[in-house]
Structure formats: C-alpha cells, structure tokens
Design a protein around this ligand. Sequence first.
Ligand code: PLP
Length: 251
Amino acid sequence: MNTETRLDARSAELSANLSTLTARIDAACQAAGRAAGSVRLLPVTKFFPASDVEILYRLGRREFGESREQEATAKVAALPELLGERDLSDVQWHMIGRLQRNKTRVVARWAHTVHSVDSERLAMALDKAARDALEAGERDTPVRVLLQVSLDEDPSRGGLPPAELETLADLIAESEGLQLGGLMAIPPLQADTDSAFARLATLHTLLLTRHPGATELSAGMSSDLEVAVEHGSTCVRVGTALMGARPITSA
Ligand SMILES: *Cc1c(COP(=O)(O)O)cnc(C)c1O
C-alpha cells in the first residue's frame, strides 16, 4: 500500500470507530436520563503516531489525550507541519498520565488540561511552570487541572486520598497558574466499577459545593464508559475502542 492508500484506510477505520463510540455515548446518556452531548469523548492517542492525530483532526476532533510526556511533546510539535501549518489554537491537549515534577515545565508549554494532579508538591511545581509559561508567552491561559482521586487508597497507582481533596482543591483554586477544573479517577483493578464510580460521584458533588466551577468529571474508558456516564462522567477517555490495541506495555 502506498502512503495515501494507507492513510485513507486508517481514516475510514477511525471514522467508523468514532461513529460507534458516539452512538455508545449517546445510548449511555439516554439510559442515564442525561442530555445527549453532556459527555465529551477524549480520544487517547498514546502509542499511536502523530499521523493518527492528523486524521482525527481532519475528522473534526480537537481534543487529544496523551499519557507520556516525551511522546506527547513530540506529537504536539509534529502536528502543525502535518496539517500544513494551519492555525491550531483550537486544539486542546490533555495530559492524562502520571506526571513527574521535573516534567512540568515541558508539559506546561502544551497541556490545556492535566488530569493527573495528585499531590501538593506536583501542583506547586505545575503552578510555577504554568506561571513561567504564561509570562514567556508560551500559553495564554492557566493550566486547567483535574485532581486525580484514588478510590482504593493504593498509592502505587496514583491518585490522592479522598480525605486530602479539599485542601488541595483550595490550594489550586488560589494559585495563579492553575485553574481547578474538576476530578479524575481510574477505577481500581478488580474493583466493582459501579461502586467505584458512585463513590467518585459523591466526592465530585461534595467538591462542587465548595468549588462550583469544578464541573469536569473525567471518568470512563473503553471498557467501562457506560458505568461512568451513569455516574455523572462529563469526559470519557477512550483509547483502545477508538485507536485499536496498543502494544503490550507496563505504562
Ligand atoms: C490509556 C488510558 C486511557 C484509555 O484507556 P482505554 O482502556 O484504552 O480506553 C484512559 N485513561 C488513562 C489515564 C490512560 O492512561
């Protein structure tokens, strides 16, 4: 296959997967008695090439989720040329994976939203990086932050213990470089996703009483998005069901 034929085939595949996913999300909204369009699809493009992001852009997508800093930074840099240097200011990149403090400076240059903030130390490093990026003209708006909450208190998987949410939310709401957007969670392995997402929804309701602007609830992936939508998700992060299987990896 020549390059053009290959891109056409991939484009047809991604377009079909997008239609299937949109129908799944619409059906989940309907089943939950929620308005169609109250849940956004965030395509997760990690492990897939920038040419796939290009195709998704041409299919009308403007938000993309990535989980590894180096890979994401390279893709962000590659996209303008792939798309013929058109104005990409409407593209929003989401950092959804674990973030190390020493990577915040780079991520603050491209991330519209970071879904994985789970400690005060990380939040403060990201705030500083965001303020520097604002000052240098590398971004126009504060970094939107979702607090990643741990639903099983297993620190190895990332996420903040629920008891620490309020303090960190207040801190972020006060910081100049960050904007508190809401919550994110990944259900624990082996967990009953229904009770995990129900717990997350309760925590989100509580957060909203103090921070009414923190409306985003990033929950649900390829295998459990219906359950997440039932429990108030506003953003489902979908990789496999859109892009296909990723290479086996521990990341
Ligand atoms: C990879 C990833 C996803 C997408 O998972 P799929 O099961 O492939 O849909 C969602 N959220 C996070 C944080 C991820 O790292």
